[in-house]
Design a protein around this ligand. Sequence first.
Ligand SMILES: Nc1ncnc2c1ncn2[C@@H]1O[C@H](COP(=O)(O)OP(=O)(O)OP(=O)(O)O)[C@@H](O)[C@H]1O
Ligand SMILES: [Mg+2]
Length: 259
Amino acid sequence: MSARVWAVANQKGGVAKTTTAVALAGLLAEWHQRVLLVDLDPHASLTSYAGIDPDSVQDSVYALFDTPPGVDLIRADVWPGIDLVAGAPALATLDRRLHDAQGLGLVLASWLRDLRDRYDHIFMDCAPMLGILMVNALVASDHVLIPAQTEFLSLNGVRRMARTIAMLDRSRRCRLSWLVIPTMYDRRTRAAPQTLQALRDEFGHRVWGEVIPVDTQLREASRAGRPPSEFAPRGRSVQAYRNLLAFMLADAQPREALA
Ligand SMILES: Nc1ncnc2c1ncn2[C@@H]1O[C@H](COP(=O)(O)OP(=O)(O)OP(=O)(O)O)[C@@H](O)[C@H]1O
Ligand SMILES: [Mg+2]
């Protein structure tokens, strides 16, 4: 058994990255899959979602970039079947502190390599900025999920991600698979169908064929500190995440090496 590793990333903020990571993890745990969530955001919303105060976290993912590393960073069962590596505000200082160091893009990848046997799926929740942590997540992942709010201006965020992935692909001589997930789709607005069409026109088959609808139950689930599938199992957004997961598991191809 070797885990599939997914980065959830978009250089744009507030597009449902953290929500998507928790929603998918919750569904997988219900199917008795072993899941690890890694919070790579200095704002640590995922950590807060799990009921942990990021300001009190000592053993965050930051420790991996420190010497000597080694403390056991994994918090078991923050939700049934779901483990967490917490984020913390200190992560914001990494780029400045490690500015000149070599080989830092591989820190997360080499740590996860030893963990792959323990999990079926690993999700990394990225902060909305390109820095050392996002590069680490992209290098460590088999697939990238790019949630994109179906609102005007969301195209720019996806374009930036596509450029970042292309740049990494060139330097690493491989092709990372990525999928755009249209989120917060409100069919009563004009922006939603127009943005969806624009995403499909520009990114074609890389855009998932369905959408995650706007659904206030997702916000309520996070306020309650519970995965959406447990909070509102029959909610429409949970059903959409179920469909997304079925698509991801059937479709996702591993990283291709370029000739
Ligand atoms: N489909 C949806 N319908 C309605 N609200 C949603 C939906 N998905 C997420 N939200 C809400 O939108 C807000 C932003 O979502 P979330 O925190 O997941 O985004 P993010 O991309 O992780 O943000 P950040 O870039 O700040 O990390 C949250 O309050 C969340 O509950
Ligand atoms: Mg987030």
